[in-house]
Design a protein around this ligand. Structure first.
Ligand SMILES: *[C@@H]1O[C@H](CO)[C@@H](O)[C@H](O)[C@H]1NC(C)=O
Ligand SMILES: *[C@@H]1O[C@H](CO)[C@@H](O)[C@H](O)[C@H]1NC(C)=O
Ligand SMILES: *[C@@H]1O[C@H](CO)[C@@H](O)[C@H](O)[C@H]1NC(C)=O
Ligand SMILES: *[C@@H]1O[C@H](CO)[C@@H](O)[C@H](O)[C@H]1NC(C)=O
Ligand SMILES: *[C@@H]1O[C@H](CO)[C@@H](O)[C@H](O)[C@H]1NC(C)=O
Length: 358
């Protein structure tokens, strides 16, 4: 009477074991060029800004801790600058690990430090910006400190990869504090040089592979397209982005040469955004959804004086929300929706570079 369940249960176990073997084999094949063990990276360290932050920014200051942020995932505001998941979550998914915990919550969530850590803070750049949050150099100091405190060992870091997100806060800060457009190209050069210094420090700490995001088309963010009734991008801004991205590719080439390795690569978020924007015109809907007007955000302030999550002194909402965040690429004036990030992550350009380098 118990033979049947036993038989079934061993069959089931065998089935699971086969799945496990298939999974392992796939990894060995895919990972053979990068890791002798073939099991792929086990930890993800994240540096940068709001495109990657999953809850480091301070509750009292950031809109990401207020409604309607987080309504899709995790269902309430939790520090992500989106209605749901952001780039970090999709990259962790690719690596088949849990999303690394935000540095700020490392004590509360200490059981999960084994998946790596997220040091990204919304609003930051490689240089200091208007937000009083740690710049990228300080974020790397935090990792250094954790190594000094033996939370991580240099040896363990060899099984890790890093994602470095740079979405342009240095440039917003420059425009806000210095109107000199003539000085822009030189400033772009100094930003990319600082990125290079930072990438090298992360590499020296022991991290095996490091992806740095290309700058997304800044001129297509709703904060710029609003001046064109959300129909068109600002070409001047996108030309500056091109310069940044060209210099970034050169910097990464130099770093690989200097370290005699292929440790560094550019995650081409720029072309990924464009390929999603262009999908409507190309009439394709297979890889990701088509967004009816990709430049128009879901959550908008009722007037220029307000932004997503604004409320007046009586708690009355000063923003409007689209009926279905899934139908929108952008969530607010700067950040993609979860569906937007999913579409970006699913583009062949991003998938191919992840497969090639990680
Ligand atoms: C980053 O912030 C630290 C601490 O405030 C500061 O000492 C350092 O100069 C900053 N680094 C850059 C590159 O701006
Ligand atoms: C970590 O230790 C090294 C070597 O003792 C030291 O130079 C460095 O300043 C320390 N870094 C931090 C962030 O504590
Ligand atoms: C503003 O731009 C000018 C011209 O490039 C430059 O000399 C100056 O240092 C910049 N100031 C700041 C605060 O970045
Ligand atoms: C495009 O962006 C630049 C730089 O931010 C700005 O000076 C310019 O006014 C913008 N153009 C339009 C038409 O909005
Ligand atoms: C670079 O790495 C290759 C392959 O590991 C090795 O054959 C070569 O000697 C290295 N070159 C230098 C300058 O270290």
């Amino acid at each position: 009477m118990d033979s049947t369940p036993n038989f079934l249960s061993s069959l089931f176990r065998f089935f699971l074991f086969s799945l496990f073997l298939a999974h392992l084999q796939q990894h060995v094949v895919e990972g053979s060029r990068v890791s002798p063990i073939g099991l792929g990276p086990k930890m993800l360290f994240v540096f940068g800004d709001s495109y990657a932050d999953t809850g480091n920014n301070r509750k009292a200051l950031a809109s990401s801790w207020k409604l309607p942020y987080g309504i899709t995932f995790p269902g309430k505001p939790a520090g992500r600058f989106s209605d749901g998941r952001v780039l970090t979550d999709y990259i962790a998914g690719y690596l088949r690990i849990k999303t690394p915990i935000p540095y700020r919550w490392r004590k509360e969530l200490s059981g999960r430090v084994k998946y790596g850590m997220n040091f990204a803070y919304g609003g930051t750049g490689v240089f200091d910006t208007l937000v009083a949050e740690p710049n990228m150099s300080s974020q790397i100091d935090f990792l250094q400190q954790l190594l000094n405190d033996s939370v991580y060992s240099k040896r363990a870091l060899k099984t890790s990869v890093a994602l470095v997100s740079l979405a342009g806060n240095d440039y917003s800060n420059y425009l806000a504090t210095n109107a000199s457009v003539a000085g822009f190209p030189a400033f772009i050069g100094s930003v990319v040089n600082q990125v290079k210094v930072n990438l090298k420090r992360i590499h020296n700490s022991g991290v095996r592979k490091i992806a740095v995001t290309a700058l997304q088309p800044l001129g297509c963010l709703p904060r710029s397209t609003v001046l064109f009734a959300f129909e068109q991008c600002n070409g001047t801004e996108n030309a500056l982005v091109d310069l940044h991205n060209q210099l970034l590719v050169e910097a990464v080439k130099d770093l690989n040469k200097e370290t005699n390795s292929s440790s560094f690569f550019v995650l081409d978020v720029y072309n990924a955004f464009w390929s999603v924007f262009n999908q409507k015109e190309a009439g394709q809907g297979s890889v990701s959804p088509t967004f009816e007007n990709p430049f128009k955000p879901c959550c908008v302030g009722v007037s220029a004086a307000f932004s997503c999550a604004s409320v007046d002194e009586n708690g009355v909402k000063k923003y409007t929300l689209c009926s279905n965040p899934k139908s929108k690429f952008f969530w607010d004036t700067v950040h993609p929706t979860q569906e937007g990030w999913r579409a970006v992550y699913s583009t062949p350009v991003l998938q191919n570079s992840l497969k090639l380098f990680w």
